[in-house]
Design a protein around this ligand. Structure first.
Ligand code: AKG
Ligand code: FE2
Length: 314
């Protein structure tokens, strides 16, 4: 639980590092749920001849390694969201009890309540990122869930409908996040305005305007970096020998636009209407499955507002 002085720090500097937000059983349950998911995926790929058959004692990280080297990407089947485009009825995604327990964890919601109040909606802009050591990735790899993330503000990845929405990002470390393995860094100077972003390989702040001074925010497994929608941040490269695993979650004041309204939100906490709080992870999963079917059948919906032909992007 954070204190009133932490809230002041958050408002002044635009971010806060909070250690020990998640307990060990919650982290263990996440590891276990993803290990089971990886085993199922791996067995399916092996049966299809896409990866070599699993060897005895082959663990989670080994399977990730072999799958990536075989040209196979575990990212979308692991993600707690749908992708930005090419959504079809069989686009994989992951919604399970351990992830739901994490997203609705009391200590996260207590902390978020201190920052945005007691009417809390789980915002659908949320991702898992399990980043391999960069020396093992393909030279032309550019995807933000595999290599370092470019400078951006999270307000910049919402649609403009959310420009008046009060929300925070909670970036959770599942493995220790260090300077070596690619923790986040935030702009040292405080920003309150949106900077122009450009769609490049990733969507990032226009190159001329990227912050010049950055503060790295290492945090131990179970801890979090919480930041304001206008706080510019990026991630460092993973120069270590191990994977760096995080989830990024967002929470907004209930009733305000999420910035990605074609994806489902749910009430995670409410003082005014406790009965509105979602309790069952299966309902959450079903909402995403219904969304997938609806979006797959419709026209493409853009996820952000930026245009590469803008003068900022020259
Ligand atoms: O983990 C990363 O590399 C980037 C995460 C991010 O941009 C976010 O949490 O908003
Ligand atoms: Fe971000």
């Amino acid at each position: 639980m954070i204190t009133a002085s932490d809230v002041e720090t958050f408002n002044q500097q635009g971010y806060l590092v909070v250690e020990n937000l998640l307990d060990v059983p919650t982290l263990d349950a996440i590891h276990c749920e993803y290990a089971q998911l990886m085993d199922r995926l791996y067995d399916g790929w092996a049966e299809a001849g896409l990866v070599p058959p699993a060897k005895a004692g082959m663990g989670f990280w080994d399977r990730l390694d072999v799958a990536y080297k075989s040209g196979f990407d575990w990212y979308q089947p692991f993600d707690i969201s749908l992708p930005g485009d090419d959504i079809s009825n069989d686009t994989p995604m992951h919604f399970g009890p351990a992830v739901f327990d994490m997203v609705t964890h009391k200590s996260i919601l207590d902390t978020v309540e201190m920052l945005i109040g007691p009417e809390i909606t789980s915002n659908p802009i949320q991702h898992v990122r399990i980043k391999p050591p960069e020396r093992t990735v393909a030279k032309d790899e550019i995807r933000a869930h595999v290599v370092a993330t470019d400078w951006h503000q999270d307000q910049g990845v919402t649609l403009p409908e959310a420009d008046q929405t009060t929300f925070v990002t909670v970036w959770l470390a599942i493995t220790d996040a260090t300077v070596e393995n690619g923790c986040l860094q935030v702009a040292t100077d405080h920003y309150t305005e949106m900077l122009p972003h450009c769609p490049r390989t990733q969507t990032g702040i226009s190159e001329a305007l990227t912050p010049k001074r950055a503060t790295p925010t290492p945090v131990k497994a179970g801890g979090a970096v919480i930041f304001h929608p206008m706080t510019p941040h990026s991630s460092l490269s993973n120069t270590s020998d191990g994977y760096r695993w995080s989830f990024d979650l967002r929470y907004n004041v209930t009733g305000q636009p999420t910035g990605r309204s074609h994806f489902p939100e749910f009430v995670a906490r409410s003082k005014a209407d406790p009965a509105s709080v979602l309790q069952d992870w299966r309902v959450w999963r079903d909402m995403w499955e219904d969304t997938r079917a609806r979006v797959a059948a419709g026209a493409h919906i853009p996820q952000h507002r930026w245009d590469s032909s803008s003068p900022h992007c020259a």
